[in-house]
Design a protein around this ligand. Structure first.
Ligand code: HEM
Length: 447
């Protein structure tokens, strides 16, 4: 019998709007009907907004790659995130967004990744040193490790520094106080509906921003004094926009650091935790990863030799894409698959459904890291695989995340075997990223 890794339940095809909202609030994955794994497109009309989910590679390409300016992020979608993220690159559009990307992108180029690699390596060593044999919840462990990577690469400080600890814990509080983040972040609510920026969410956002402001202000001073370390923050804060000759002021940098932290640690943590779950479920792959992990001793160049680890990590991002859905807004009337799509329609792109589409992928619900060497796997990787999105708004941290994830996974499995009991089978749910309802509990045994 073929064993498939866990997949969320789906809802009945027809339900009331109210039931949909309730389900959506609990979890955006199980709130969807099964037909989305088979459909090329699905429409959803409510009294407040109209949305269309596109699941056909050509349509996804139109929206993300060919005509991204006609499908910007909607202003109302950022509402739930704005107190924390301000004018960060994740939320802006148009000229502001273009300028921000011109300044940010050079920091994530290959050469720079080589420079920050030693920081990632130190974070991996810290992670492994903190692990002990026994049963542990890996999402928590992965969050801590991913936050450590971000602090070290961005600001050259490990997570056990006081200010890094404060930011980390304040972010967790923020997310607990903002349970409607998913709803507010994905759906444009009508203007009369009460907003959910609860007082404690707002003050939590303010505290996070104050802490980050201290970091960026100190860094601006160190840059001026010529004493700044050569890390991602210094690179971003000293890069001048080639078109205007201007860089970020430290205030603007606060918004960007907030998104680097949020986008860069929640997502990577989710991917690492699910990859460890998959390894526990498919132990034959653990040995392959442990065997090739000797290449970790070869530094940055060694990461490219971790072929099995990369195939596993890529397969994890297919099956449990940390960002399960993305939303854009149609700025003009469109015609998709012979149907009218009016202006202001919310266009939902779902890596979750596209990555498991049964008309595109061989064995869509099966775990098969070897698929990337097959014709179908290669074709789907080109046309139907978007864990980092695609086009000009593609995740600037994609290269960074692929090195980080592969390196952390190989580092853990080099030292430990992981296993899972049936009682601990995780249930995937999505709020901001794909997480397990009660965490992912695995048993670690030293190799
Ligand atoms: C496995 C890890 C990661 C995954 C799966 C991931 C995925 C994504 C996706 C899907 C988007 C597009 C969202 C949208 O358009 O609505 C995005 C955007 C973004 N990501 Fe990542 N990401 C990861 C890691 C990182 C890291 C490590 C960083 C930075 C250190 C980062 C920074 C960003 C930023 C700044 C954006 C906004 C880009 C823009 O809108 O122009 N991400 N990411």
């Amino acid at each position: 019998m073929t064993v498939h890794p866990v997949k969320p339940k789906h809802r009945p095809d027809k339900i009331s709007l109210w039931a949909y909202f309730r389900a959506f609030r609990r979890d955006i994955l199980s709130a969807q009907p099964e037909r989305l794994y088979h459909a090329w497109m699905a429409e959803f009309k409510t009294p407040f907004f109209r949305s269309v989910m596109i699941n056909q590679p050509e349509l996804v390409k139109t929206v993300l790659k060919d005509r991204p300016k006609d499908f910007p992020k909607s202003d109302s979608i950022g509402e739930g995130l704005r107190p924390l993220l301000g004018q960060s690159v994740f939320l802006t559009n148009g000229d502001i967004w273009e300028r921000q990307r011109r300044i940010i992108d050079p920091a994530f180029e290959g050469g720079r990744l080589r420079d920050v690699y030693p920081h990632m390596h130190s974070a991996a060593q810290t992670l492994v040193a903190r692990l002990a044999s026994g049963r542990h919840e890996v999402e928590e462990i992965a969050s801590f490790a991913a936050a450590d990577v971000i602090f070290r690469t961005l600001f050259s400080i490990p997570i056990d520094t006081r200010i890094a600890q404060d930011v980390f814990h304040e972010f967790r509080r923020y997310q607990r106080a903002q349970p409607l983040l998913n709803l507010g972040a994905l759906i444009p609510l009508p203007s009369w509906m009460p907003r959910f920026h609860k007082r404690d969410t707002k003050s939590s956002a303010r505290r996070i921003r104050d802490l980050i402001a201290t970091l960026t202000q100190d860094r601006a001073k160190a840059i001026a004094a010529g004493t700044a370390p050569d890390d991602l923050a210094t690179k971003i804060m000293t890069t001048l926009d080639p078109e205007t000759g201007q860089g970020f002021e430290w205030q603007e940098m606060v918004d960007q650091v907030a998104i680097f932290f949020l986008a860069g640690h929640e997502t990577s943590a989710s991917a690492l935790a699910w990859s460890l779950y998959l390894m526990a479920a498919f132990p034959e792959w653990q040995d392959r990863i442990a065997n090739e992990a000797v290449h970790l001793d070869d530094g940055f160049a060694g990461v490219s030799k971790l072929r099995a680890t990369r195939a596993v990590f890529r397969e994890t991002l297919r099956m449990y894409p940390p960002v399960p859905m993305m939303v854009r807004e149609a700025t003009q009337c469109e015609r998709f698959r012979d149907r009218d799509v009016p202006r202001k329609t919310q266009v939902v792109i779902s890596p979750w459904h596209l990555h498991r589409h049964d008309r595109l992928w061989d064995n869509p619900d099966g775990f098969d890291p070897a698929r990337w060497d097959t014709e179908n796997g290669k074709q789907c990787q080109r046309d139907a695989y978007i864990p980092f999105s695609a086009g000009p708004r593609v995740c600037p941290g994609a290269g960074f995340a692929m090195i980080e994830g592969v390196m952390l996974l190989a580092s853990v499995l080099r030292e430990f075997r992981v296993s899972i009991s049936d009682a601990d089978t995780p249930v995937p749910v999505a709020h901001l990223t794909v997480r397990a309802k009660n965490g992912i509990w695995l048993t670690f045994t030293p190799r």
